[in-house]
Structures are given as structure tokens and as C-alpha cells.
Design a protein around this ligand. Structure first.
Ligand SMILES: Nc1ncnc2c1ncn2[C@@H]1O[C@H](COP(=O)(O)OP(=O)(O)OP(=O)(O)O)[C@@H](O)[C@H]1O
Length: 257
């Protein structure tokens, strides 16, 4: 089996007018790993995610997913690539006028136009339950759910097409510590059960310590370092030291044991 990375980004540059967000950024995500992506607010984590999934056209750079250059792919190839990943956006991005089940059905309808309605309902319920909600939650609207339930509904939608690659943008933001820990466990369980590769943006040090195999650090418009937390701690970079070795970082490390 090939050891080529599932995602490979080389020489990425993104800018908005005069504001250069990324310059010469490289990053790899290996098969079967959870890569945590960290960096101060505004360092361009979400813009990086959007570039990789094709929602943000970079100024320059090469982005390959599953070994395919996304900028060189035909529309049909791009569609096939998109079917193989799921995305949980920062705020969940659920459609407020659709129920949980209908939200989960959206990507399935997009890719399988003639799918049987009863099969569609069955798949949606399966994904909803798999994400830790109850079947009874399927007919509810996002406004009827707690923040944690909305995250799970968004996760169910990201799993709708049986992806092999998952993008999660701050999945535990806004959750209480117990809810966040339970969401982390769910992500880990799903990763192991479904053989997922996960690109995970987070500020949550507990998440990094508990479920990430490696961490990539964004600063100075690029990925300044990537590796295990132990490897990062050995580096003499002020932001990395403050982040992982500050009071919160040490508490998260101690909690992991
Ligand atoms: N559509 C846009 N137009 C103009 N500027 C943008 C746009 N999207 C993002 N930016 C800018 O790009 C920079 C990086 O934004 P991004 O959302 O990727 O940061 P982030 O690292 O994810 O931050 P946070 O941790 O706060 O979520 C910010 O300065 C932001 O203002």
C-alpha cells in the first residue's frame, strides 16, 4: 500500500488584497492519522481548510488530495473527489429551515439524485445515531438542539457520504469540558471504526493531547513545525513553548497522564 500523504500542500499562497495570509505553506496529512492544526487567531487555519477543499482559490501552490491535483482535475474528477470527504464547518453550518434528517440528506441527494426516499431516511437515521444523537432527534430543527447536539448533527451530515477523509473546524468550540471530551471520544471511535483520516483545526489543548497523532503549527503565514506534541515541545519556538508549555498546556498534558 502506498504511503503517499492523503493531503499534500506545497508552496501555498493566499491573500486578500494586500493581506497575505499564507506564503510558501507546505503541509501533509498522512493516511489514517488525525492531524491537529493549531495557530493563533487569524493565522489562516480556516482559509487553509477552505483552500484544500476548493472553496478558496489560492494565488499559487499545489494541492493534492488522494494523489490528485485538485486544480488540474476535471469537473467530474472534482465531484468524485468531493464525494470522498466530509466537512464539519466551524459553526456547524446547518440549514436552519431543514430538520436534522433533511440536513443529513442534503449531500446524499446532491450526489445520488434518484435515490429511493425510504433508503434516504434510513441512511440519515443511521448517520444521526452514529453521531451520538437519538433517532427521535431526526425531525427536530437546529434551533431545537443544544450546541453539542448541533455539532453532532453537523458531524452526521459530514459522514453522510461515507467519507474516508474528514475536515473538522473547531469541533469542540463552545462545548462544556464534559461535552468536549465526549465529542473527542466520538471522533476517535469513528476514526477507528471507519478508518478515517482527519484534518482537525482546534484551539482545544485537551483535544490535541487526547486524539491527535500529530500537530501542525501555523504562524508567520506558514506551517512552522509539525510532529507529535513531544517533538514540538523540543523546539525552541516562543509561540510553541507558550502554547504547549503554558499553564493550560501543562494542565492538558497532566490530564492525559
Ligand atoms: N473572505 C475573506 N475576505 C477577506 N479576508 C479574509 C476572508 N477570509 C478570511 N480572511 C482573513 O484571513 C485571515 C485568516 O482567517 P482564518 O479564518 O483562516 O483564521 P483562523 O486561523 O481560522 O482564525 P480563528 O482561530 O480565529 O478561527 C484573517 O485575517 C481573516 O480576516
Amino acid at each position: 500500500m502506498s504511503d503517499d500523504p492523503i493531503i499534500s500542500v506545497r508552496g501555498l499562497r493566499n491573500s486578500f488584497g494586500e493581506h497575505v495570509v499564507h506564503e510558501n505553506l507546505d503541509i501533509d496529512v498522512n493516511k489514517g492519522e488525525i492531524l491537529g492544526v493549531v495557530g493563533g487567531s487569524g493565522t489562516g487555519k480556516s482559509v487553509l481548510l477552505r483552500s484544500i477543499i476548493g472553496l478558496q482559490e489560492p494565488d499559487v501552490g499545489e494541492i493534492s488530495i488522494f494523489g490528485e491535483r485538485i486544480d488540474c482535475a476535471t469537473a467530474e474528477e472534482n465531484l468524485d473527489l468531493r464525494r470522498r470527504w466530509g466537512v464539519l464547518f466551524q459553526n456547524g453550518a446547518l440549514f436552519s429551515t431543514l430538520t436534522v434528517a433533511e440536513n443529513v440528506q442534503v449531500p446524499i441527494r446532491e450526489f445520488y439524485k434518484n435515490i429511493d426516499e425510504s433508503l434516504l431516511c434510513e441512511i440519515a437515521t443511521f448517520k444521526i445515531v452514529m453521531s451520538g444523537l437519538h433517532g427521535d432527534d431526526a425531525p427536530k430543527y437546529p434551533s431545537e438542539l443544544s450546541g453539542g447536539m448541533r455539532k453532532r448533527a453537523a458531524l452526521a451530515r459530514s459522514l453522510a457520504l461515507d467519507p474516508v477523509l474528514l475536515f473538522l473546524d473547531e469541533p469542540t468550540a463552545g462545548l462544556d469540558p464534559i461535552g468536549a471530551a465526549s465529542f473527542d471520544n466520538l471522533i476517535l471511535e469513528l476514526k477507528e471504526a471507519l478508518g478515517l483520516t482527519i484534518f482537525l483545526i482546534t484551539h482545544d489543548l485537551d483535544t490535541l493531547h487526547t486524539i491527535c497523532d500529530r500537530v501542525a503549527v501555523l504562524a508567520d503565514r506558514k506551517v512552522i513545525a509539525s510532529g507529535t506534541i513531544e517533538e514540538l515541545l523540543a523546539l525552541d519556538h516562543p509561540w510553541i513553548q507558550e502554547y504547549f508549555n503554558g499553564p493550560r498546556g501543562r494542565a492538558a498534558m497532566a490530564a492525559k497522564g
